[in-house]
Write a protein that binds this ligand. Sequence first.
Ligand SMILES: [Zn+2]
Ligand SMILES: [Zn+2]
Length: 410
Amino acid sequence: MEFNADLHIHGRFSAATSSDMDFRKLARGAKQKGVHLLATGDCLHPTWLKEIREMEEVEEGTFELDGTRFILTTEVEADKRVHHLLLFPSVSAVEAFSEAVERHTTTLRSDGRPKLRMTGEEIAQVARDVGAHLGPAHAFTPWTGIYAHFGSLKECYGDLADDITYLELGLSANSDYGDGIEELRDVTFLSNSDAHSPQPVRLAREFNTIEAGDMTFDQVILALTREKGCRVMMNVGLPPEEGKYNRTACTRCFRQFDLEQVLARRWRCMCGGTIKKGVRDRALELARKQGTQRPKHRPDYIYMIPLAEIIMRAIGHSSPFTGKVRARWEAIITEFGNEIDVLLHVPVNDLRESAGEDVARAIDSFRQGKVTVIPGGGGRYGTVLLPGQDPEEFAPPMDSSEKQRTLFDY
Ligand SMILES: [Zn+2]
Ligand SMILES: [Zn+2]
């Protein structure tokens, strides 16, 4: 069977998360979005774990609520602030992991994403001991991505680097960014939302389409290791330029720079702010050589942005949370059931009536790649422009002669 899975979210005990975040709302958001299996997130947190256990356990380590499946996951922060994504086979494995790391942390009970005073290798050892799987979360992100601090998986995970079967690309990257890196040829790429809210504008804004025998932990692992015919068959996510760390830019005024300019400026912007290396420049640095062939097993990476954001742009609003955007969104979802179908599959002619001509046309432009993305950087998201929209209105200050690129330049 084929199903859509978002394997990285946070519960309401992580920093900066919506107090709305509970499993009932997640299940509802998943249905509206069109994802079938979600990460529980934050499973080391005792209260969140208690709520996980209140759901029906359909098979060890796989839970279900209102038709949505959940598997046990958490993100942890290790030494150097690097983030790792863990998947657990069972509640007892979660408990064994907690016990093993307890003396290395003070935040296990207070933070959904605990900070562990451990190296990546030490965490990988505990994961191996309890039968959990781990891989880098948002691998290229400045500050907290593995490649912000390490030049290779081996530098981070030591002798256990071979245990790494998956890597999460993060919102500012797509598969191309990883394909240039030799050590990732056999690694499965994940595209997950890292959502802090159950609303479909955040939940599964990136997700994976998986082919496997069932929507269970075991089958998900078989897909990640590409065994028994199981696999990730499609990665879906934001255009990487829309990510807030895509380009090298000042974290104060968001001015963007070429890497050579930055070196000459010693990472200081003319405004006095600090310049942060973008995900794209970091990926290019790590690439063994330009134009590396993508491995045969690598699935397509499809671009999609949340429906509310498409409606917002089509009707000229500046937020996806206005009453008008909401009303249009509801009419469309009532008619067609979920966002992913509307954005990727429903014929445009069928969309016209309930979506309206403007929104139907915007969805079509997006599917055909006729949109422009003004890249984000320095902590500011990029902007997707529909045909005919004036880039001047949205453009960040630029310090390079670089022209804007369209989605399909990559
Ligand atoms: Zn993270
Ligand atoms: Zn600046």
